[in-house]
Ligand binder design. Structure first.
Ligand SMILES: Nc1ncnc2c1ncn2[C@@H]1O[C@H](COP(=O)(O)OP(=O)(O)OP(=O)(O)O)[C@@H](O)[C@H]1O
Length: 265
C-alpha cells in the first residue's frame, strides 16, 4: 500500500517515549460486580514512530488511550512518559506534552485562527498570529492552506476540521500525539490523505504517535509497530507486515478474517 514515507524496521529498545506496564482497569457495575476492562497491558511508543493499538470495538482501545493524558487513571500498573511516572504530573502540565486528536474534532465558535489560538488563550500564553513562523510551520505540516485561517471553523468539512485539530495539537509542540480513530468519520480518499500526513509529521518532527483504531487498512498503512487488543488484553504484537501476513493468535486470525487453524477448538 502506498505511503509517502517508507516504513522502517523498528528498534524497540531505542527512543522509548512512552511505557505502559502492567496496566489494568477494573470498573464496578451498578449491581456491584467488578468488570475488567484492561488486563495486564504492556506497550511502548517511540519517537519518530507510529505505534498502533488495533482491535475490535469494545476491546478497550479508547479506555487505554484516555489513560495516557490522564482523562482517566488506571486501577493498576504504571505509565511513564520520557521516564517520568505520569501519575506524579499535573494533568494540565502533562497535556502540554501529550496532545490528542479524536474521531470527531471539536471546533470552537469562530475562525480557524481562533481555534488554533484557543489553547494558548486557555493557558494564558501569547497566542501565535497568522504570520507567526510556528503557526505557518504547523499549517504546512497539517497541510492546511493559509487561506483557511479566516474561515468559520464550524463550516469546514470533517476532513478539514480533522486537519485543524491536528494543527492545533501540533502547535503546542507535544512529544507524544495520541490519535483516537482519527479517520473513521472520513471517506476513504480523505482518510488515506490524512494517513499520509500522519506519517510525514511523525517522520519530520520525530514525534511519537500512538494511534488507536479498528481500521485495519489504516493500521497497515501507517504503523511501524502494532499491538492487537481484544477483550482488554494484548493478544499479539509485531510489525505490520509480519502481523498481517502470519498472525499467530486465533483472536487476530479471526479479526483478519483468516481461517482458523485446525484443532484450535
Ligand atoms: N466509563 C465506563 N464505565 C464502565 N464501562 C466502560 C466505561 N468506558 C468504557 N467501558 C466499557 O469498557 C469496554 C471497552 O470500551 P472502549 O470504549 O475502551 O473500547 P474500544 O475498543 O475503544 O471500542 P470502540 O472502538 O467501540 O470505541 C466496553 O465494554 C465498554 O462498555
Amino acid at each position: 500500500m502506498a505511503t509517502a514515507i517508507p516504513l522502517k524496521r523498528t528498534d524497540r529498545r531505542a527512543n522509548v517515549m512512552l511505557r505502559l506496564e502492567g496496566i489494568g482497569i477494573v470498573r464496578r457495575e451498578t449491581d456491584g460486580t467488578e468488570r475488567r476492562i484492561l488486563d495486564d497491558v504492556h506497550c511502548y511508543a517511540h519517537s519518530a514512530q507510529i505505534t498502533t493499538i488495533v482491535g475490535p470495538s469494545g476491546g478497550g482501545k479508547s479506555s487505554l488511550i484516555r489513560l495516557i493524558n490522564r482523562l482517566d487513571d488506571p486501577t493498576s500498573g504504571t505509565i511513564r512518559l520520557n521516564g517520568t511516572d505520569i501519575s506524579q504530573l499535573d494533568p494540565l502540565e502533562l497535556r502540554g506534552q501529550v496532545a490528542m486528536a479524536q474521531q470527531k474534532p471539536f471546533m470552537f465558535e469562530g475562525t480557524v485562527l481562533d481555534n488554533l489560538q484557543r489553547p494558548f488563550n486557555y493557558r494564558k500564553q501569547t497566542p501565535p498570529q497568522a504570520d507567526t513562523p510556528d503557526l505557518l510551520h504547523s499549517l504546512e505540516l497539517a497541510r492546511i492552506p493559509v487561506t483557511l485561517l479566516k474561515r468559520d471553523a464550524r463550516t469546514l468539512s470533517l476532513g478539514e476540521q480533522q486537519r485543524v485539530a491536528l494543527c492545533r495539537a501540533l502547535l503546542t509542540k507535544p512529544v507524544l500525539l495520541l490519535l483516537d480513530e482519527p479517520t473513521s468519520a472520513l471517506d476513504r480518499p480523505t482518510a488515506d490523505h490524512l494517513a499520509t500526513t500522519f506519517r510525514e509529521i511523525c517522520h519530520r518532527e520525530r514525534l511519537a504517535i500512538m494511534l488507536v483504531t479498528h481500521d485495519l487498512r489504516l493500521a497497515e498503512q501507517v504503523s511501524d509497530y502494532l499491538y492487537y487488543l481484544e477483550e482488554g488484553r494484548i493478544r499479539e504484537e509485531g510489525e505490520p507486515a509480519e502481523l498481517f501476513s502470519t498472525p499467530r493468535s486465533e483472536e487476530l486470525r479471526r479479526f483478519l478474517g483468516k481461517p482458523e487453524r485446525e484443532g484450535s477448538h
